[in-house]
Design a protein around this ligand. Structure first.
Ligand SMILES: [Zn+2]
Length: 446
């Protein structure tokens, strides 16, 4: 398939005006200016007109099964009250509603241009659905992380680990005969120990050893709130008092959450650490040295009024920062409509809170960094990468294409995953003007 578009955004190279992308067998074969297309590749093509062709978004932290909680929780007075509220909501939710919510969220991600997602799963029925294999191509590629706490059920670390190992093994879909999956030698399943405070240290220690041995992908909420930071550094505060109601707490070692999990061996390269808002001195370097990826969820961060996300110190320490949506249970309602899962909305929120960050760099966090964090050849348009692309209409020919992708509202006008069209819900964009030149448009990516 050969696509021609007014703009092509490779992400790792400057935007290309009047660009072309050649896709062959689910991967990108060639990217460049239309006029530079080698004659050997010139054949029938699809002209996307006045549109922007870019890699799909990578949502590195999400809970699709909570999509039906959108707008259900008003802004909490503190983090612990939010935990209590969502636990109450979960206790009223049925497995059927969790599965329906999962599909609803999956559809929202597809509509808004996410092509790869790290999804946390705690509803067993959702896990079974994933393990038995959803029909493909249906939507974004998914890595599902089974969420574990092990605190309330009193399971021993060994029993809990064995049950996780079984979950990772059971009903594995057979993709060996599927040519679409032949290039996907990447794990679709992993484990998410919920957080340092909702798990026991013996479990985290045993899990870390097992994950290193068997190369289990890991994801964890880490250093999310001020009260979590206080629970570990001081052994006091609202979260500490709340946790004490459920179990005896180990003696506080006066470590930060990052130091605590590092001492247990949990900081495994490629781990997705969600949030990481509260750091002690040296924590950023610890994460950087361990090659942990940090996932910032801008709208969730704003909802809880956390202190400023430490992007500068993390980046300086060599930590790769990517972006995620988190769940709709921690996103504020604006207007009368409940919020929807949208990486564009996350990018807009992120840039409004971090105005000094160039939009081109922000877009990199939402594509390339997430793909690297999940070990996928994706998140950029380059020969050899997965052909996972989105099409964003360009309503005005003189708008910066990067700004247009970030500030687009509503569904994208097309999504291609594994080199196949998944959705063209909107009318095609207007024809591409042949001679317009917009010299002010950004021509470099940072
Ligand atoms: Zn989360």
């Amino acid at each position: 398939m050969l696509l021609r578009s007014r703009w092509v955004l490779p992400i790792t190279a400057p935007p290309i005006e009047d660009g072309a992308v050649l896709i062959n067998n689910g991967t990108i074969h060639w990217v460049g200016r239309w006029t530079d297309l080698p004659t050997v590749f010139q054949h029938s093509h699809i002209d996307l007109g006045n549109a922007i062709l870019s890699p799909g978004f990578v949502n590195a932290h999400c809970h699709l099964e909570y999509t039906h909680f959108a707008g259900q929780l008003s802004k909490p007075k503190d983090f612990v009250s939010w935990i209590e509220s969502i636990l109450a909501l979960k206790s009223q939710s049925t497995p059927e509603s969790g599965v329906a919510a999962w599909y609803q969220g999956y559809r929202q991600l597809l509509e808004t241009g996410t092509t790869l997602v790290a999804d946390m799963v705690s509803v067993p029925e959702v896990w079974s659905l994933r393990r038995s294999g959803i029909p493909q191509p249906l939507g974004p590629r998914i890595r599902s992380f089974f969420e574990a706490t092990g605190v309330l059920h009193g399971l021993s670390p060994e029993t809990l680990l064995e049950s996780l190992a079984q979950r990772l093994q059971e009903n594995r879909p057979d993709s060996t005969n599927d040519p679409n999956n032949a290039i996907e030698a990447w794990p679709e399943f992993g484990v998410a120990p919920h957080s340092p405070y909702a798990t026991l240290p013996a479990f985290l220690k045993a899990l870390a050893q097992r994950a290193r041995r068997d190369q289990w992908p890991l994801s964890m909420h880490l250093a999310e709130s001020a009260t979590e930071f206080q629970r570990f550094t001081q052994g006091s505060g609202p979260l500490y008092d709340w946790l004490k109601r459920f179990r005896p707490l180990e003696e506080t070692a006066h470590q930060s959450p990052v130091q605590y999990v590092a001492a247990l061996g949990m900081l495994i390269p490629q781990m997705l650490a969600a949030h990481v808002n509260y750091l002690a001195t040296g924590d950023a370097e610890t994460l950087g040295n361990a090659q942990v990826n940090v996932v910032h969820c801008p709208r969730s961060h704003a909802y809880f009024n956390h202190q400023a996300f430490p992007i500068e110190s993390l980046t300086k320490a060599g930590v790769s920062v990517c972006l995620g949506t988190d769940s709709l249970a921690s996103i504020e309602v604006e207007g009368i409509e409940p919020p929807r899962l949208s990486m564009q909305a996350e990018l807009q929120c992120f840039l409004s809170k971090n105005p000094s960050i160039p939009p081109s760099y922000a877009l990199k966090l939402a594509t390339l960094h997430g793909a690297h964090a999940m070990g996928c050849p994706s998140g950029e348009l380059r020969a050899g990468m997965w052909a996972d692309l989105i099409i964003t209409p360009l309503h005005s020919p003189c708008v910066d294409p990067i700004e247009a992708v970030i500030h687009h509202q509503g569904p994208v006008s097309g999504t291609i995953i594994r080199g196949e069209w998944l959705q063209v819900d909107e009318p095609p964009p207007p024809p591409r003007p042949s001679t317009d030149q917009c010299p002010h448009v950004s021509s470099s990516l940072q």
